[in-house]
Design a protein around this ligand. Structure first.
Ligand code: ARG
Length: 593
């Protein structure tokens, strides 16, 4: 039998990390030998098939002379099955290809195994690629405002951003994970004023995030009825902007304590940052330089004392870059901040994960940077997302991240208690309930296209039925239990010494192997679209395929040891890949529940 090395390796393919690259090349080779096409041209036409078809080519796309039927006939008449392709059929404008099942199953499973167990660190390698090698991406996400509520927009940014950071890393990029806190602005003058009256050191130490919001709400009310409070606050903030150390000490402490609290909560969500940046940290000099340059380029006009950049030509209105009183603003901080980050990181790409409510704001500051002729401005990207309705706990509206985590855990805990028998067997029900609860929240958030709005629904997202987070965790736990339930089969022999041909003959087993083979492509597509939903869909398809296989592809009770081992190997590979997909989504797969 010919080996993989007899196939050419085409540009942008890598059979050593994606087995299907080799199978597609084999298909392209036959087509290019029968029709006037190069192998690369043919390759670009090989797509996944539908409904049980492995791969498909739509012949009209090549725009070749001659009738479609004749072209198809040429490919088919030359065809002889080999270790790559077992059959070709012709259906209207399409050619359908079935892969050689034995070779497909063997190669996919061997690759999953080899790449999963490649590193000591335990990080699964299967599915990943090195396309981004040598490139750097800065990803900014979460970015809540200190002393204000953590709303669902921040939650979405946190979840989607964490996923994107993992995704880029999986594709070989050097990733800088950045949290850009809303830690500056007039509200801090207000809090400083209010803190003298309402603040408590103890409360602050206990839960800074909560206490600062309380103070903010109270002093805000005062300010509404008493203009002196507002004036006092403005004075404070001016002192802060001028760098007056006595006005900054408290603020610094608040920021530090809030970050500490957030870090704990992010940790529970399995979300991490390399840098806690913030609006306060954007250097004044960068903002001034930006304004200077805009001025020199003749891009600034004066509007009653304020400075604006006219973006009407691009239907982006006009952007105020400096207020009348000279204090800095959100937009200018973003302009200066981007320049500063470029100087610091020399990134190849920078992604802002921010709600679509701020589409205009991002489009404006991207445009301003482009008008300033920064060549890297084209490498800025806004990854946006839709609104979420109805996120509340049973006690009321959500204002803090830890309320969401707690509610997810407690709703899940009650759900689990409904099944007394199972519940009694769980070792650490609190931890398990929290993990599954968080999984439910994340899956609900990433299941559909980012831009879609959705309604937050605890019951639906935390049910074990349907395409939910708990269902995924359950699928993983069930796979993880196979080894524990069949110790007599362990350890499995090395893959090269296992005969997996029996799997190829079982449709349910073959389907699982085929799905595993698609995973490297699923990752590549996600990188192009910045959509987590493709990974979520993959995880559910795989889980469904596994659940359909349990009855026929049995391990326990199979007397032929070779067959039983091959099946166990298949399930172990499935567990590794399902676990890898969950981790990519920032979910911690459970071993037991
Ligand atoms: N803190 C802002 C908010 O809560 C989001 C920050 C988005 N990022 C940015 N570079 N503007 O609305």
């Amino acid at each position: 039998m010919a080996s993989a090395s007899t196939l050419p390796v085409l540009p942008d393919t890598d059979p050593s990390s994606c087995v299907f690259d080799a199978f597609r090349t084999a298909i392209a080779k036959r087509v290019s030998e029968a029709l006037p096409l190069t192998i690369e041209q043919a390759y670009s036409g090989v797509d996944y098939g539908k409904k049980g078809v492995d791969f498909t080519i739509a012949l009209p796309r090549f725009k070749l002379p001659g009738k479609i039927d004749e072209l198809a006939g040429k490919v088919i008449s030359k065809f002889e099955p080999d270790e790559w392709v077992s059959s070709i059929t012709h259906d209207k404008a399409f050619l359908h290809f079935q892969l050689n099942s034995e070779n497909m199953v063997r190669q996919v499973l061997q690759q999953v195994h080899a790449r999963t167990h490649l590193t000591e660190s335990g990080r699964p390698e299967y599915g990943t690629n090195t396309a981004g090698k040598g490139k750097k991406v800065v990803i900014e996400y979460s970015s809540p405002n200190i002393a204000k509520s953590f709303h669902v927009g921040h939650l979405r940014s946190t979840i989607i951003g964490a996923f994107l950071a993992n995704l880029y890393e999986s594709c070989g990029w050097d990733v800088v994970r950045m949290n850009y806190l809303g830690d500056w602005g007039t509200q801090f003058g207000l809090i400083a004023t209010g803190f003298e009256k309402y603040g408590s050191k103890e409360e602050l130490e206990k839960d800074a995030i909560k206490h600062l919001l309380e103070v903010y709400v109270k002093v805000n009310k005062d300010a509404e009825s008493d203009p002196n409070v507002k004036a006092e606050a403005a004075k404070w903030f001016k002192r802060m902007e001028d760098g007056d150390e006595s006005a900054l000490v408290n603020w610094r402490n608040w920021r530090e304590l809030s970050v500490k609290k957030y870090e704990e909560q992010y940790d529970r969500l399995n979300v991490h940052f390399d840098i806690y940046n913030g609006e306060s940290m954007v250097g004044k000099e960068w903002q001034d330089k930006a304004l200077e340059r805009l001025n020199e380029m003749g891009l600034i006009t004066d509007a009653e004392g304020a400075k604006i950049v006219d973006l009407a030509k691009w239907k982006l209105g006009s952007a105020v870059v400096r207020k009348k009183d000279g204090t800095s603003i959100y937009l200018t901080r973003d302009i200066g901040g981007a320049i500063e980050r470029y100087e610091k990181y020399k990134f190849d790409k920078m992604i802002y994960v921010v709600s679509s409510q701020q589409d205009l704001h991002l489009a404006q500051f991207f445009k301003v940077l482009e008008l300033m002729e920064f060549p890297w401005a084209k490498n800025l990207q806004h990854v946006n997302y839709g609104l979420v309705q109805g996120m509340s706990t049973r006690k009321g509206t959500v204002v803090f991240l830890d309320q969401i985590i707690k509610e997810a855990a407690s709703v899940m805990y009650e759900q689990m208690m409904k099944n007394e028998e199972k519940f009694a067997a769980v070792e650490d029900p609190e931890m398990v309930a929290q993990e599954i609860g968080i999984t439910g929240v994340k899956i609900q958030d990433m299941a559909a296209k980012r831009i879609n709005n959705y309604t937050f629904n605890w019951d639906r997202m935390l049910s074990f039925e349907g395409d939910t987070g708990p269902y995924l965790q359950y699928a993983h736990v069930r796979l993880a239990s196979i080894g524990r339930k069949n110790p007599n089969l362990l350890p499995l022999p090395p893959p090269s010494q296992m005969n997996t041909d029996s799997l190829a003959a079982m449709p349910h087993a073959r389907e699982i192997a085929f799905l595993l083979g698609t995973y490297p492509d699923v990752i590549k597509t996600a990188l192009k679209t910045h959509e987590a939903s493709g990974i979520v869909t993959f995880a559910f398809r795989l889980s469904h395929a596994i659940s359909s296989a349990w009855e026929t592809v049995i391990v326990k009770g199979e007397e032929d040891l070779e067959k039983a081992r091959a099946r166990m190997f298949l399930y172990e590979c499935a567990r590794d890949v399902l676990g890898a997909a969950m981790r990519l989504l920032s979910i911690r797969p459970l071993e037991r529940m």
